[in-house]
Design a protein. Structure first.
Length: 279
């Protein structure tokens, strides 16, 4: 069961509707404001249904009386050419809401389906698939929610909810140990360090960091890193992660794999809203 924050949903959808409609739908003036319309929402390819709350909001903000009947649940694996929802409402409002509703649904379902397909490569593995902060500005909540629906987990929402020491932080602090010690004084319970080689991994272990992010390690160094860590630090693999890489990483003792590809290289799901009748 997925329960998105409806305050955030409505805020995003309101912004999107304002962006699209602006001062008014000039072509929509052709439609009688009292016309009633029915429509079918069809998924044209296999996907994961994601973003139904955003779709609902796009239509209900303009037409509070619209009826949207979902035939599939959020997170369901959808077969090609499935009618996933039926709509009944004001024709003019429906036409004005259509693009915004579909935009959210297409993007979010695409991310959820890619996450699902990546997750399939990790079946029978204890490795956790994570997203990153490589998201479209203003749509991070939507994109990270989509990863959850697809079966992945969120890394961190932003700079405010988790500590990740990267190369520029290390350069500023002087060393990994100095950076970790400084953050410990701020009572942070979990500290992750991005390391670029095995020597940095050893320093991260000595500093008692909780997680080491192995950034773009080759296959030989990855195998050696799992031996060095030996349960003393959790390991996260990152950098150019795709389905081929996941197959190779599955059998290594890796705690986390993070992939920016989930949210930055989006293949939108093909949905159609087919208007059935105008009375």
């Amino acid at each position: 069961m997925f329960n998105p924050d409806l305050t955030k949903v409505n805020s995003s959808v309101n912004n999107a509707l304002e962006e699209d409609i602006g001062l008014g739908d000039v072509t929509g003036e052709l439609i009688d404001p009292f016309k009633f319309q029915t429509a079918e929402l069809i998924c044209r390819e296999e996907s994961i249904l994601c973003g139904s709350s955003w779709f609902d909001a796009a239509f209900k903000i303009l037409d509070p009386n619209i009826e949207i009947i979902w035939n599939q649940k959020e997170g369901s694996l959808i077969k090609k050419d499935t009618v996933i929802a039926n709509l009944n409402g004001n024709a003019k409002c429906m036409v004005a809401s259509e693009r915004t509703g579909l935009n959210f649904l297409q993007m979010m379902s695409g991310i959820a389906y890619k996450t699902y397909s990546y997750q399939q490569e990790l079946l029978d593995s204890e490795t956790v698939l994570l997203d990153t902060r490589k998201t479209i500005p203003g749509l991070r909540y939507e994109q990270k929610y989509s990863v959850l629906v697809g079966g992945g987990q969120n890394h961190r929402m932003g700079l405010y909810d988790a500590a990740l020491i990267k190369e520029n932080h290390i350069a500023s602090a002087g060393s990994i140990s100095a950076a970790v010690e400084s953050l410990r004084r701020n009572n942070l319970k979990t500290i992750e360090v991005e390391v670029e080689n095995l020597d940095q991994l050893k320093e991260a272990i000595e500093s008692k960091a909780n997680i080491a992010m192995l950034d773009n390690f080759n296959d030989v160094d990855l195998a050696e890193a799992t031996k060095i860590s030996n349960g003393k630090i959790k390991l996260e693999v990152s950098g150019n992660i795709n389905r081929v890489e996941l197959k190779k990483l599955k059998n290594l003792k890796i705690d986390y794999i993070s992939s920016g590809d989930l949210t930055k290289n989006i293949s939108a799901t093909d949905y159609s809203l087919i208007f059935k009748t105008l009375d």
